[in-house]
Design a protein around this ligand. Sequence first.
Ligand code: PLP
Length: 395
Amino acid sequence: MSNQNPVFIPGPTNIPDRLRLAMQVQTQDHRAPDFVETFAPVLEDTKKVFGTTSGQIVTFPSSGTGGWEAAVTNTLSPGDKVLVARYGVFSHRWIDLCERHGLDVQIVDCPWGTGAPADKFADILTDDTAHDIRAVLVTHNETATGVRSDISAVRQAMDSADHPAMLFVDCVSSLASMPFEFDRWGVDIAVSGSQKGFMLATGMAILCVSPKAQEATKTAKLSRTFFDFGDMMAANASGGFPYTPPLQLIYGLRESLKMLFEEGLENVYARHHRLAEGVRRAVGAWNLNLVAQSPELYSDTVSAIYVPQGFDSNALTDHAFNAYGVSFGVGLGQMNGQAFRIGHLGSLTDVMVLSGLGAIEMAMADLNYPITLGSGVAAAQDYYRAGSSGRAKAA
Ligand code: PLP
């Protein structure tokens, strides 16, 4: 029998049957008049997930990385200054992309396990009286460390410095799983992808672009062709695509949005919080530590967990895969060998998460970790049972 187990990596996530079926469509003519009837409502509905009425949705056949590139190349010119904090592999990779595009990147290095330092940003932006900094880039959910940054605090820092820089946010591993407020937080570009909260196959970058960022495209001189916002927006406005669209993913996104709205976005966020909290209870019962340094930083989509001194987290994730056929996230960057990650986002239930906790517990016990078999599962069960009776009463 092929492996039927869910994955517990923080994306790509498990694809529900309903979405696999929705993506299984025969080729259709994307230049036919009915393409607009399919695509336009999808763009409109996607705005609800970003929390915007003022922003415009742009999609590219790509992954999140292409979305980063699109954000930068459409709005900035060579030598432009951007401000970014580095606190994990993904914030680092966005920095690397900016540097390779010839931007002047002011990096604030933060300990991994912390998030975007709004207070430091406020000081730097206040000192930048010439307003050289053109954009502040923030990774909302650092998937390498399981840290969620406070975007509204970054916005307040920018406002308190009275600074006109644009705010670009990577929400690849948070959108459609944790609350996102594009308009309220004053975000100028948000970058996401199809394969995490949307529960789809990888292959589509999904962005939201503010009017201010659209204005910036008029003077931005970084080169772009495939990722040109102007070409994409113009084609979309007349009901088309500037090149061959990933039709199957567009059908998938249409169905994914239906699923998210049927559950209700607030319920989606509450489910992710509940799943995450159960995992955190298990981590506590194992006497292990999260990489995230304090509760306000805890991510509801991924938990990065330090293994005890003297243990190798790669041996643990390898063993869980080889012995039990279950994938967990490896430690990335400076966490490699020291931490493993449990992805708890997308199409998951309490019971599925319990199976993952059970599997990693078996793997830890096999490798002589100082844990009590069943303790993490029991802690999560207690938490989920309490929530479950509450839900039953409410119904
Ligand atoms: N940003 C974050 C926070 C991510 O987690 C990832 C991928 O895991 C990326 C960016 C890169 O996205 P992709 O792998 O889709 O190119």
